[in-house]
Design a protein around this ligand. Structure first.
Ligand code: UDP
Ligand code: MG
Length: 337
């Protein structure tokens, strides 16, 4: 039996073998010192190193650690979603397992939450130990998203944040695919506040977000929260129409005045046709991105498949019948959507 936690810490884990024990050590030090009743939900996102083994050992040592293991790699955002589905606390803190987000910031978040904030997000005042390219692309990305989306997603914030149970419940019914959780959290509203922190270097190992995944994530953010790329075609079309209309009298006048054709030769035609085709294909690509995501929604596949859960049953609420010790998950679902 474990006592019902007040704070749930959710951390996604994908091949973080050299980090897990240190993460637990720092997290439990901070949380024990805070005096809160807490639990740690580790989501194993299809790791193929010894991460699962280490997490299971942690659970056996400390029942406050619960482990949800996926059947394969479903991606960071789905792992965070699973953590939120399984969380039992009155507030949920999402944090990366690689110690880039220092657990020492959490007590400050809890304090703000107790003062009445529903979402306390952590703003990266500085990023340490990341490449110039990563820092610049991240900076550009957050500013672009801010400009073109309809919801006010705070600049330079990742998923490191605390959320009240009301916010978590609201997010848990939003089962959209290709998730951009920091955008979804802004979208639900409630009282939100930020605190700033210095993003640290990775404790060990490599980033699990290569360029390909970063681009995909950026497209999820844009398509999930903006129609701007679809609407921008109207401006392109108006500009081209204007050029065409204006060039008719210009070409006619020059022809009459000089007796010569202005745009002579096949090369000009060819170049213009290639340029126009490239524009058109680009907009096809944009439309394709939205259509593929619509297709993802209509198939209604679950966001993740769970293969194993290591946890103890929570203590029954006062007055209710005892919950059997062996029950795996309160709602019995092993394949949550
Ligand atoms: N992660 C995950 N599934 C993935 C990729 C990453 O669960 O497919 C986890 C990873 O273990 C880490 C967190 O998500 O705890 C953030 O990933 P990472 O540190 O590689 O991203 P970065 O900080 O470099 O953007
Ligand atoms: Mg990281």
């Amino acid at each position: 039996m474990t006592t019902k936690p007040v704070i749930t810490i959710v951390a996604p884990v994908y091949n973080e073998e050299p980090i897990i024990n240190e993460f637990y050590r720092r997290m439990s030090d901070v949380m024990d010192a805070s005096g809160e009743v807490w639990e740690l939900v580790l989501v194993n996102d299809g790791s193929f190193d010894r991460s699962a083994e280490l997490m299971q050992a942690l659970h056996e040592r400390d029942p406050r650690v619960r482990v949800v293991s996926f059947a394969r790699n479903f991606g960071h955002q789905n792992a965070v979603t699973a953590g939120m589905d399984y969380a039992r606390g009155d507030a949920v803190v999402i944090i990366d397992a690689d110690l880039q987000d220092p657990p020492e910031v959490i007590p400050q978040m809890i304090e703000k939450w107790r003062e009445g904030c529903d979402v306390v997000y952590a703003v990266r005042a500085e990023r340490k130990g990341e490449s110039w390219f990563k820092r610049m692309s991240a900076k550009l990305f957050y500013r672009l998203i801010y400009r073109i989306t309809d919801v006010d997603i705070p600049l330079d914030t990742g998923d490191f944040r605390l959320m009240d149970r009301r916010v978590v419940d609201a997010l848990n019914v939003m089962r959209e695919h290709n998730r951009f959780i920091r955008g979804m959290t802004s979208w639900v509203g409630f009282r939100q506040a930020g605190i700033s922190y210095v993003r640290q270097e990775r404790y060990a190992g490599q980033t699990k977000y290569p360029l390909r995944k970063m681009l995909r994530f950026a497209l999820d953010a844009i398509t999930g929260f903006s129609y701007f790329p679809l609407q921008v075609t109207i401006y392109a079309s108006l500009v081209l129409a204007l050029i065409a209309v204006l060039s008719v009298p210009v070409v006619a006048f020059l022809r009459l005045a000089t007796g010569e054709s202005v745009f002579e030769g096949q090369a000009t035609t060819l170049i213009v046709v290639l340029l126009m085709s490239s524009f058109q294909l680009f907009f096809f690509f944009i439309m394709g991105q939205y259509i593929a995501r619509v297709y993802d929604e209509v198939r209604h596949r679950p966001l993740y498949i769970v293969s194993e859960v290591w946890e103890r049953a929570p203590e029954p609420a006062a007055g209710s019948d005892a919950v059997p010790e062996s029950s795996e998950q309160p709602d019995g679902a092993s394949t949550l959507t």
